[in-house]
Write a protein that binds this ligand. Structure first.
Ligand code: Z5A
Length: 213
């Protein structure tokens, strides 16, 4: 059986950058892996992602949003994650179950117990072997997101989550830190305010340990 490693944190924390670098590290070592993401890790999920992230006049209700993330995950686990694990591959997943607890639970205020039940239902109780939580102050993360947007020449915020207030992202950060405190054996909290290369070295150290490289 392979290992499931999840990359989590607030938007702009740098987890997508680090997941890609982790993939390059495993590639260099010729360790078979799959790099994937939620929402949108399958063709079906890409359609759900579009609905979830695009700002429209008809905003989904918080409960509808929760169920769409669960649907995306159920498909992703069945179509991508489980088959890869069965082949003995390492799965690097950009966001997974903890994102739903942090965003829909702490951010939107939905019932955490229900979210955990739904997470278990959509994953068949599959849980990550290791979760890397990229933690940094909300202000730093939002500055990075704004810089990225202006580098791309974009003015308007058309991403529903990017358009949320700093207070929302603070609640999400708090949710992640609480989840990490509840399961210290699974989580590694990484100081994501450092240089990309420093964070990369730490990530590689955690992967090397888990995968006995
Ligand atoms: N969501 C949810 O609500 N519930 C769920 O169950 C799930 C997801 C699964 C998906 O958005 C949204 O769905 C997400 C939560 C919600 N929205 N929010 N917030 P997404 O997939 O479009 O994006 P994202 O997951 O939030 O992440 P991202 O935009 O890809 O950003 P990131 O992974 O945090 O960071 P990054 O792309 O690696 O870096 C951001 C910028 O900072 C970029 O320009 C980098 O070059 C730069 N960067 C990266 N690292 C550094 C360092 N160390 N220093 C300086 N600059 C850096």
């Amino acid at each position: 059986m392979g290992r499931l490693i999840t990359f989590e944190g607030i938007e702009g924390c740098g987890k997508t950058t680090q997941a890609a670098l982790a993939g390059e590290y495993l590639q260099r070592l010729r360790i078979p892996f799959v790099l994937t993401e939620e929402p949108g890790g399958t063709p079906f999920g890409k359609r759900i992602r579009e609905i979830l992230l695009t700002k429209t006049l008809s905003e989904p209700a918080a409960k509808a949003e929760l169920l769409l993330f669960a649907a995306d995950r159920a498909q992703h686990v069945k179509e991508v994650i489980e088959p890869a694990l069965e082949k003995g591959k390492a799965v690097l997943c950009d966001r997974f179950i903890d994102a739903t607890v942090a965003y829909q639970g702490f951010g939107r205020g939905l019932d955490i117990g229900l979210i955990k039940t739904l997470n278990a239902f959509s994953t068949g109780s599959l849980r990550p072997d290791l979760t890397l939580l990229f933690d940094l102050p909300v202000e730093t993360a939002l500055m990075r997101v704004r810089a990225r947007r202006s580098n791309k020449g974009l003015d308007a915020v058309d991403d529903r989550f990017e358009g949320e207030e700093a207070a929302f992202h603070r609640k999400v950060r708090e949710g992640y830190l609480r989840a990490a405190a509840e399961e210290p054996h699974r989580f590694r909290i990484i100081d994501a305010s450092r240089e990309i290369s420093q964070i990369q070295s730490e990530v590689e150290g955690h992967l090397a340990k888990l995968l006995a490289i």
